[in-house]
Design a protein around this ligand. Structure first.
Ligand code: DX5
Ligand code: ZN
Length: 221
């Protein structure tokens, strides 16, 4: 499973006047997942979208819907996002005092759980939760906004995480999120990323199919 390489289209950079069409277009272009960035104005200084966007997307696509919760106390909203149609939900280890319980709640809702980690948080925080999750989302920019430049230590962080996953012998995918484009994708792929979350470099491009094809070529290691 760890050799899988996938592209998650992050709709934060889509044109919201035609969200349904944007999702159909990236599906036609062969994106693997649709990624939703949910913020609450507390954990990050931005308000983006909520369950309505996920529920509307569920009606337009069969692709897996991947919900990235950048909100304080995410336990309050797991059932709502599961009911809206999420297939994957990640919660930040920095946002809850009961991470294990939240991860178990996600699984109990028949949704695949992931743990997300911000760019300055130590991976030691993941030591006792890794065995309970299906994937780790590593933020490669500061949270909450599309269109930022990738942080320079991203590949090193991914390599560190990939090593500890490898030595655990578990089948856990690594998702990178933020600043991913044709220039940065190869380095991340080499470092061990499985899921590449792409916002502005995809939705800001003229032809989604060509962009995804090019990305797949450079993500081969
Ligand atoms: C950042 C978000 C990302 C964002 C990525 O907090 O989690 O998903 O949409 O956008 P780009 O690809 O533009 O950096
Ligand atoms: Zn995200």
């Amino acid at each position: 499973m760890q050799s899988q390489k996938m592209i998650a289209a992050s709709v934060l950079s889509a044109d919201f006047t035609k969200l349904g069409k944007e999702i159909e277009d990236v599906e036609k272009a062969k994106a693997d997942w649709i990624h939703f960035d949910i913020t609450d104005g507390h954990f990050v200084q931005n308000l983006t979208m909520g369950t309505l966007a996920v529920e509307a997307a569920r009606r337009t696509t069969d692709l897996p819907l991947d919900v990235h919760l950048m909100i304080e106390n995410p336990e309050r909203f797991i059932e709502m996002f599961a009911e809206a149609g999420a297939d994957y939900i990640s919660v930040h280890c920095e946002t809850t005092r009961h991470l294990n319980r939240v991860i178990q709640t996600i699984r109990a809702c028949n949704v695949r759980p992931g743990v997300a980690i911000g760019p300055a948080a130590p991976f030691e925080q993941l030591r006792w939760i890794l065995e309970y999750v299906d994937y780790v989302l590593v933020l490669t920019v500061n949270p909450g906004f599309g269109g930022q430049k990738i942080l320079s230590n991203s590949a090193e962080r991914i390599r560190t995480l990939a090593d500890s996953i490898k030595s655990s012998g578990r089948d856990i995918l690594i998702q990178a999120d933020g600043g991913i484009n044709l220039e940065t994708i190869h380095m991340l792929s080499e470092a061990g990323v499985n899921i590449f979350t792409v916002g502005s470099a995809l939705f800001g491009s003229d032809d989604y199919t060509t962009t995804i094809q090019r990305m797949r070529k450079v993500m081969e290691v």
